[in-house]
Design a binder for this molecule. Structure first.
Ligand code: TXA
Ligand code: MG
Length: 334
C-alpha cells in the first residue's frame, strides 16, 4: 500500500515537472481524462490544439484545485455562480464566467469568457494542488472523436506523444462535465452532464437551456462530435432485432449497443447489453463504443435510450455521434 502511494506521488511529481517544462500530460477526472497543459504557458496550450487537431477558436476548460483560485481566472463571480460552485464543486460541473484580464487568449480562443472547473477526482486534486496553477485541459481525444475514460484510451488516441499519463482507472461518471454559462443573470445550460438540469434549477432557480443567439462557442455542441469511426445509428427498441437480423442476413457485420440481451444470438453480430441504469450506462459508454468501433463492423446500431432526464447527457452524446455519419446504409434509412 505504502509503495503504491509512493509510486503515485512520484508520478504526480513527474506530471508537475512536465507541466512546468511546458509539456502535455494526461490525468483522470471523475468525468473523462483530460489532456493538460499549464494554462499560463501559451506555447504549451497551443500544443494541445496541435496534438488534438482542434481549431484554435475552440476554448479550453481551466481546472483549478480550489475556489480561492477563481479570482485569478474570472473577472467576476455572480451570486448565482457562487451558489452553483458551492453546491457542485468539486465535481462534474464547468462554469463559464467573465475572464480575468490576465487569462491567455490561447486558452479562451480570444473570447471574453472563461470555462472553469474544480474536479473531484483525488488524482486530479493531488495534481492541481501540487502544481499550484491552473491546468487547461480538454478531453484527451483527437478532435471530434470519442472521449477517453480509461488511461488506455488516452494511449490509443495519442501514443507516445503524451509521455506522462496518470492512470486513475475508469472514470466514475464517464461523460464530460455539465457546462453552465453564468455570463447573463439567468444561467444557461450549454452541455448536459452528470449534474442534471433539475439539480441546477434546485440551486439556481430558472435555468435556460442551450445556446442563445450570441452564445459562446462550445465545440461539443457542433453537431458531429464524440463519434466512433464506424457509422452509428439510433434505433427504436422494437426495430432493433429485425434490423440487426436483416443486416446480418445481407452479410453485413453489425455491432449493437443495447439495454437488453438480443432476442436471437447471431455469430455475425457483436452485441453489448449496457443495461437499463443510466449511471452505469454512462460509465461504460465510451469504452463500449470504442470496443464496438474495433469490432470490424459496417455499422453500430444503438438502442434508443429512455426519455427520462437521467438519460439527457447520454442521449445528447449519442445524437452527436449519430450526426457524424448522416448518410446511412439503405437498410437502416429505409
Ligand atoms: O468533463 C470535462 O469537462 C472534461 C474534463 C477533462 O474536465 N473536459 C472537456 O473539455 O470535456 P473539452 O474541451 O472536450 O470540452 C470543453 C467544452 C468545449 O465544448 C468548449 O467549447 C467549452 O467547454 N468551453 C470552453 N470555454 C468556453 C467558454 N468560454 N464559453 C463557452 N464554452 C466554453
Ligand atoms: Mg471534448
Amino acid at each position: 500500500m505504502e509503495t503504491a502511494v509512493r509510486v503515485l506521488q512520484t508520478q504526480i511529481q513527474l506530471a508537475v515537472d512536465a507541466l512546468r517544462s511546458g509539456q502535455l500530460i494526461s490525468f483522470p477526472t471523475e468525468t473523462v481524462y483530460g489532456l493538460g497543459a499549464d494554462a499560463a504557458n501559451a506555447s504549451a496550450v497551443r500544443r494541445i490544439f496541435e496534438l488534438k487537431g482542434r481549431p484554435s477558436s475552440h476554448p479550453l476548460i481551466v481546472h483549478v484545485a480550489q475556489r480561492g483560485a477563481l479570482r485569478e481566472w474570472a473577472a467576476k463571480v455572480s451570486p448565482v455562480a457562487e451558489k452553483l460552485a458551492e453546491a457542485f464543486w468539486p465535481g462534474p460541473l464547468t462554469l463559464v464566467l467573465p475572464r480575468a484580464a490576465s487569462v491567455l487568449d490561447a486558452v479562451t480562443g480570444g473570447q471574453d469568457s472563461i470555462a472553469i472547473r474544480i474536479p473531484s477526482h483525488p488524482i486530479a486534486q493531488d495534481l492541481l494542488s501540487a502544481f499550484g496553477g491552473g491546468i487547461a485541459a480538454p478531453s484527451a481525444n483527437r478532435f471530434g472523436r470519442l472521449s477517453a475514460t480509461r488511461a488506455e484510451h488516452v494511449r490509443e488516441e495519442f501514443g507516445d506523444a503524451v509521455k506522462v499519463i496518470l492512470d486513475g482507472g475508469p472514470c466514475a461518471v464517464g461523460l464530460e462535465s455539465t457546462i453552465v454559462s453564468c455570463l447573463d443573470e439567468i444561467p444557461r445550460l450549454l452541455r448536459p452532464g452528470a449534474v442534471t438540469l433539475a439539480q441546477l434549477q434546485a440551486v439556481a432557480g430558472t435555468v435556460r437551456v442551450g445556446g442563445g443567439h450570441d452564445a459562446p462557442r462550445v465545440p461539443g455542441s457542433t453537431v458531429s462530435h464524440y463519434a466512433p469511426s464506424t457509422p452509428l445509428s439510433i434505433v427504436a427498441n422494437d426495430e432493433l432485432d429485425r434490423l440487426t437480423q436483416s443486416l446480418a442476413r445481407s452479410g453485413q457485420r453489425v455491432a449493437v449497443l443495447a439495454q437488453r440481451a438480443p432476442s436471437k444470438v447471431d455469430a455475425t453480430v457483436t452485441w453489448i447489453n449496457a443495461g437499463t441504469q443510466a449511471s452505469a450506462y454512462a460509465h461504460d459508454l465510451y469504452a463500449n463504443l470504442r470496443a464496438l468501433d474495433h469490432a470490424g463492423c459496417a455499422l453500430i446500431l444503438v438502442q434508443d435510450v429512455p426519455g427520462d432526464p437521467s438519460w439527457d447527457a447520454i442521449r445528447d452524446r449519442l445524437q452527436r455521434a449519430a450526426a457524424a455519419h448522416p448518410s446511412l446504409p439503405m437498410a437502416v434509412s429505409s
